[in-house]
Design a protein. Structure first.
Ligand SMILES: [Zn+2]
Length: 67
C-alpha cells in the first residue's frame, strides 16, 4: 500500500491507492486527520478538526468575497 509523510509528526501514513484528492486520511501515530492534497507523490496537509459535521462541498463558496 502506498504511503505518505505525515506533515504533523512526520510519521508514515498509509494511503489507499483509491484515495482521491481532498479525502481525509488518519495518521495512526499522532491521531491527526490529514487531507490528501497531492497524488504523485502522495502529499498530505493537516485537516481542520473543528467540524465533525461535514458539509460536503458547499463550504468552498462561503469565503469567496474576492470573486
Ligand atoms: Zn502524524
Amino acid at each position: 500500500m502506498p504511503s505518505a509523510r505525515c506533515p504533523v509528526c512526520e510519521g508514515r501514513v498509509f494511503v489507499d491507492a483509491s484515495t482521491e484528492m481532498g479525502e481525509i486520511v488518519f495518521c495512526d501515530d499522532c491521531e491527526s486527520n490529514l487531507e490528501l492534497v497531492g497524488l504523485d507523490p502522495f502529499e498530505l496537509d493537516p485537516a481542520s478538526e473543528a467540524n465533525d459535521e461535514v458539509d460536503d462541498g458547499f463550504s468552498i463558496f462561503d469565503e469567496a468575497d474576492e470573486a
